[in-house]
Design a binder for this molecule. Structure first.
Ligand code: DX5
Ligand code: ZN
Length: 216
């Protein structure tokens, strides 16, 4: 178990200045940048496209993971991979062809992630464990920052770890996303989270560097 990585979500940042905001977070100690991509259909909010991802990636030296909260990720994967996203994460709930989507991400040159909403069971991971590089466990219902962390998803973390380890996905990382703060970070890490995605706790803080240290 290596050091836990902190991936600030830039959803709460100035959407017209994301490259600079991401650089400031890198300087403040971020390990990765979490970019929430929303299409206004899968979730009722619209955010940014691959062009914005590219401008952020040109500005920072740390990996950018694109969290695609979109209904038709197959339309967007290649553009986000071409933009240079290190990870591209699709939602299990939007497809009957998850293995094909994960292959498309890897073929396009990015690492493949799958996200699961709070109510989504994780046993399907048994069949795609060799095809994933990251599992994003949602601790809120996606679409918004600043929501209440749903503690009941904590049991998913060791369950996902077990399924991955037993089915050829031992290298995959587990990331938790939603309402992550210093009130729950220790519990998430002890349950096996490798990456903590945190938005408002970091970007709403006067001192993002201190906020990230508190999470660690
Ligand atoms: C929600 C996004 C999260 C969100 C996290 O749909 O996927 O990444 O930005 O923000 P907080 O930490 O404020 O819940
Ligand atoms: Zn996210």
């Amino acid at each position: 178990m290596g050091k836990v990585m902190i991936a600030p979500s830039v959803l709460g940042c100035d959407q017209g200045n994301l490259a600079e905001e991401a650089l400031a977070l890198q300087i403040a100690g971020a390990d990765m940048i979490h970019l929430d991509v929303m299409d206004g259909v899968f979730v009722p909010v619209l955010t940014v496209g691959a062009g914005t991802a590219a401008s952020i990636i040109r500005r920072v030296d740390i990996p950018v993971d694109a969290h695609l909260m979109v209904q038709k990720p197959s339309h967007l994967i290649n553009a986000f991979a071409d933009a240079g996203c290190s990870y591209i994460t699709v939602h299990a709930e939007v497809t009957s062809h998850l293995d094909r989507l994960l292959q498309q991400i890897r073929t396009a040159g990015s690492r493949a992630g799958v996200a699961v909403n709070p109510s989504t069971p994780v046993d399907f991971l048994r069949w795609v464990a060799p095809a994933v590089d990251l599992v994003l466990i949602m601790a809120v219902n996606p679409g918004y920052g600043g929501q209440k962390h749903l503690d009941y998803i904590h049991d998913k973390i060791p369950e996902v770890r077990h399924i991955l380890d037993c089915n050829g996905g031992g290298e995959a990382l587990i990331s938790v996303d939603g309402g992550v703060t210093d009130a729950n970070a220790e519990k998430l890490i002890s349950r096996g989270a490798d990456i903590l995605v945190s938005g408002s706790f970091i970007t709403g803080s006067r001192d993002p560097a201190a906020a990230m240290e508190r999470l660690r």
